[in-house]
Design a binder for this molecule. Sequence first.
Ligand code: SAH
Ligand code: AVI
Length: 317
Amino acid sequence: MDDVYDASAPAASDRFLRDVLHGLSQPQKTLPSQYFYDEAGSVLFEQITELPEYYPTRTEVGILNQHASTIAEAMGPNTLLVEYGAGASTKTRILLDALTDPAGYVPIDVSEDFLLQTAQGLKLEYPSLPVYPIAGDFMVELGLPEDVAGTPIGFFPGSTIGNLSDEEIDKFLRAARSLLGASSKFLIGMDLRKSPSILIPAYDDAAGVTAAFNLNLLKRINTELGAEFDLGAFAHKAIWNDEASRIEMHLESLKPQVVTIAHRDIHFDAGETIHTEISRKFDLPKFLDLVGTTGWTLSDTWMDERDYFAVLLLSAT
Ligand code: SAH
Ligand code: AVI
């Protein structure tokens, strides 16, 4: 494996502190969801994917398994697979097994230690596949490593696109189009709108794994920024926002309290929340409006029998 290219190293902890203080100074306190993913957060996310209530992963895996050869054919030979928010690269293996002579794999992720472990595991499983991990934020302009070969094809599974706002999706798709180039395609997985009776338990599971994932953000702020959040004084909440068609995760302060971060006192009322994540549930026409003029057009769509999840193939225009 080539050395990891760390796209965010110089100012990572400064940026984390700045983002935390900025988010916690807003009238609706908020924290960017990308900070869930330190190593513990990535492990917790993997546990979420195995929960009985969390249908997205197994549904998307089912779609990819069912259509792997068609998808691989559409991607073509000599693919340089560029994955945004790669995590454990579980779904990647389905594509790698179906692709004809893949030229390489570029996993991009903010969770650096987890990314490196995943990349090392892949190198053992696919000894002839060049793997070029990039540690960094996929929302900033990234470059591909100089020595890559093949036709760049994007992969953005997991409905991670649902964790982005309209403006972020627009910026992200344009940046991906510029990175991947004019011959590219982009395979994107997205969760679809469905009954709150299915959605709420998926984000508030009986075993409390999603609660631990949400609270891990405060734990991380304590460890990395020297704050003193009392984890027992905040509770996980998952809310369905019907108008915005999204699940919102919050952390609710269970009492009035003050938390000090970098000499700044942050006041919480009892019942006040920190908004930590949006998880959008799309309908296809609305998503295609967002794709709009970003340099991509829809080529193909695959869905499961229950219409829970969609995998879209976009082509560069
Ligand atoms: N693709 C995997 C993992 C999805 S979890 C799957 O489908 O199961 C979301 C992943 O995106 C995590 O690994 C997280 O660390 C990463 N991630 C979230 N926001 C990111 C950002 N802004 N830049 C880079 N990686 C990000
Ligand atoms: C990574 N992302 C798409 C997950 C989701 O479903 O929004 C993260 C997650 N949050 C709570 N559970 C899982």
